[in-house]
Design a protein around this ligand. Structure first.
Ligand code: GLC
Length: 750
């Protein structure tokens, strides 16, 4: 009896305690909980919410397979000089850290949260990750195509599903915040990170960004994560193509190119934004109050919180030299609008004093901290923050099916001379396969952990299972293609009926070999890296058909391939099912459907090259090489032919109404086809120079063999607008040409 009484008293006590602290009461409105919790916090605890560290295993150079049980014994103090695991644990208990990135596994996520639950106010931690194409940096999670491949599908519904599966796998493993979508507009193929973007068209980038925000944030509570739009702003056409380089951007370019995708994701409710590394018009983005307050919050209406990029607050001092000390850098960044510092010591330590000295207004801290708390409440972290490792179920059948579908739909057939593909009468055919991307995890792309070999289907794996007698030669990697490799390729190609060369880039971070693309791996030359073109020549000289497959996150100037190959498939970074998807295409099980979301320049010297250029861009020509594009935005073939006909558009634009565009599409082949319809608009005459055409709408349609479908697409009125000389967004009177495939029609605003 006594025991029961004691238990009863404890239960009543806990219930009273829970409801006596309003912020712990889940039945109260979030704002009440935020305000109550904020009112209880010390200044140290407030600033602690703005402070982010890397995970303990990462600090100690450990991997996700290392256990947490003896983490306190790993106490190297190099990563954060003078700071070891136990020092960080103390900071968490004191409420001086609010979030972590580079956490290695569900065990560490739970470990960190259990420490935070020992703090005075028990505020849960936000665990963040670059989960940009699946929870791909987590071993055993589903790895989808990288964003450039997702964009090639032009399938926003599919991309939303990818983001939703990503969020689910993140929350299962105790992660809550993804540094995605990257809504940079790709403008320079020398930049190593192009594969993280959705291409060169601001409208497409915005639509893909919106789809990802929906997929990340709009699931049931325990399967949603915070999205993060990045990098704010205009860092994807860095001077000379080098990441971090300065950008000078006109107000027009901001309005026409760089800001529209951010407006799209902000309108979709993106929870967080990440500032960009570089200085914009002479002011580093991380200290740019005009950018982070006036443009981002006041004009674009963003109401979440802003996270710095990696070490970019201290770089105001160490790189940009606009701050004389780290303390000065912290003040400039926070006062400009940075809410969380990524990462480490030196931020918290100076901020408290600067607030007390009035150098940083308390209101600024309040805005930042309440926004962070608001999102922690909205994620339900105060109710349930620990996850059960035994129930983690990654790579569900649905996830794998979506990953295969996305890989199939992302690949772009650029050439198919004499219909060399798809391969038929396989049994009699002697296939030769080689190339630096043929049998490794480069198919996963950047921002991926090394996954178990049995999870990743390489091109070799898939082709071998199609034809066990396949002749495969393992050549050197991208930097080590030898004379022997070239000779062996020539010889074996001559002994085969067809050669497959799998070429491209190495973006993977888990290998010791030279990375040729990816973050901070920019290339001055956009030809294929190393001696890969010599492999093409050698295979071609053997006199048999050559099929070139490119695994890369960026456009390469593949002139040699275009000249000599019988077929070219740009497979981008197709993810864990890349090999399977490619085999499905090559052996005729899937009719290739991807279209390029980015223009391929003819050479490095012709950068930047994009389809939506102004009329005078190609008025003159070079004297030393052909002028123009290798492949234009929107290029992509099927095995079958899709024919467009009977274009009819509304003759007039009327008071803000959308314009109806009607036509028929016919699949005149013997395979089903997934067609991406691209509708462009061109302003025939305007008060400012406008792009020769701009993507105004895109639409997916499935067509059975010999099937014709009527299509109607509504182009929103704003697609006809421009920024006039006074920087007002208007639709001017006059005629507009609407372009669908080879068809043209005119509409007019009278
Ligand atoms: C990097 C990248 C950013 C990424 C962050 C965390 O510097 O610029 O995109 O989210 O660090 O990994």
């Amino acid at each position: 009896m006594v025991r029961k009484t004691i238990i009863f008293i404890i239960l009543i006590g806990n219930a009273f305690l829970a409801f006596s602290q309003d912020y712990l009461n889940p039945r109260l409105p979030v704002e009440v909980r935020v305000n109550d919790l904020y009112s209880r916090m010390t200044l140290e605890e407030k600033v602690g919410q703005m402070t982010q560290y890397v995970g303990l295993k990462y600090m100690q150079g450990l991997t996700s397979s290392d256990q947490m049980d003896d983490i306190e014994n790993h106490d190297k103090k190099e990563f954060y000089p003078g700071l070891g695991v136990n020092d960080v644990i103390v900071k968490i208990k004191k409420g001086e850290i609010g979030s972590f990135l580079l956490v290695k596994g569900v065990d560490e996520a739970n470990y960190l949260q259990n420490i935070a639950l020992q703090s005075r106010l028990k505020i849960p931690l936000l665990i963040a990750e670059d989960a940009i194409h699946g929870h791909a940096r987590y071993e055993g999670a589903t790895v989808f195509p990288t964003p450039i491949g997702m964009a090639s599908t032009f399938d926003t519904l599919l991309v939303k599903k990818i983001a939703s599966i990503t969020a689910n796998e993140m929350r299962q493993t105790g992660y809550h915040w993804t540094f995605s979508p990257n809504v940079d507009v790709a403008r320079d193929a020398r930049w190593g990170r192009l594969g993280e973007t959705f291409g060169e068209d601001p409208f497409l980038v915005g639509e893909m960004g919106r789809a990802m925000v929906k997929g990340y944030q709009n699931n049931e509570l325990e399967a949603s994560v915070l999205a993060c739009g990045k990098h704010f702003v205009a860092g994807s056409q860095p001077l000379r193509g080098l990441n971090f380089s300065p950008m000078d951007v006109s107000e027009r370019a901001l309005n026409e190119i760089w800001l529209p995708p951010f407006k799209s994701i902000i309108n979709e409710g993106v929870a967080t934004i990440m500032a960009a590394h570089h200085d914009l018009n002479g002011v580093p983005c991380h200290a740019n109050e005009y950018l982070l307050k006036t443009r981002l919050r006041e004009k674009l209406g963003f109401n979440g919180f802003v996270v710095s990029d990696w070490m970019d607050v201290i770089r105001l001092h160490s790189l940009h030299k606009i701050a004389s000390s780290q303390e000065d850098a912290n003040r400039l960044a926070v006062n400009a609008g940075i809410d969380i510092n990524m990462h480490g010591p030196g931020f918290f330590e100076t901020l408290v004093a600067q607030v007390e000295e009035g150098k940083i207004p308390e209101k600024r801290i309040e805005q930042a901290v309440k926004s962070i708390l608001r999102h922690k409440f909205r994620l339900g972290l105060f109710e349930q923050v620990l996850v059960n490792p035994s129930t983690v179920n990654l790579r569900s059948d649905t996830a794998k099916a979506i990953a295969l579908e996305a890989a199939q739909k992302s690949m772009v057939l650029l050439k198919n001379k004499n219909k060399v593909l798809p391969l038929e009468n396989l049994k009699q055919m002697r296939i030769f396969l080689t190339g630096p991307n043929a049998n490794n995890q480069t198919v996963l792309g950047d921002w991926s952990a090394r996954q178990k070999d049995d999870q990743v289907i390489t091109i070799f794996d898939a082709f071998k299972s199609e034809q066990p007698t396949l002749d495969y030669y393992a050549c050197g990697d991208h930097s080590n293609i030898s004379d022997k490799d070239i000779e062996e390729t020539r010889l074996r190609a001559s002994e085969s009926d067809i050669t497959f060369l799998v070429l491209g880039d190495n973006p993977t971070r888990s290998t010791a070999v030279v990375r040729t693309s990816g973050e901070n791996s920019d290339g001055a030359n956009i030809d294929l890296f190393g001696r890969q073109d010599e492999l093409i020549q050698a295979a071609y000289d053997a006199g048999k058909p050559v099929v070139v497959i490119i695994i890369s996150g960026k456009p390469r100037a593949i002139k040699k391939a275009k000249e000599l190959a019988s077929a070219i498939i740009y497979a981008w970074e197709p993810g864990e099912f890349g090999g399977q998807a490619l085999a499905d295409i090559v052996f005729g099980r899937y009719n290739p459907s991807g279209k390029l979301p980015v223009t391929f320049p003819l050479s490095s010297g012709q950068l930047p090259a994009f389809y939506n250029h102004r009329p005078a861009a190609y008025f003159r020509e070079y004297n030393d090489e052909p002028t123009g594009f290798l492949y234009e935005f929107g290029s992509g073939m099927h095995y079958t032919t899709v024919t467009y006909s009977n274009l009819v558009v509304d003759r007039e634009l009327t008071n803000e109404q959308p314009v109806s565009v009607k036509f028929n599409v016919l699949n005149s082949g013997n395979l089903p086809v997934n067609e991406t319809i691209l509708v462009y608009v061109s302003d025939d005459y305007a008060s400012v120079t406008t792009p020769v055409k701009s993507l105004a709408a895109f639409y997916k349609v499935e067509l059975l063999p010999n099937e014709t479908k009527p299509v109607e697409i509504k182009i929103p009125y704003k697609a006809f607008s421009l920024w006039n000389q006074n920087m007002e967004r208007v639709v001017e009177k006059g005629s507009f040409t609407i372009l669908v495939d080879d068809m043209r029609a005119v509409t007019e605003l009278k």
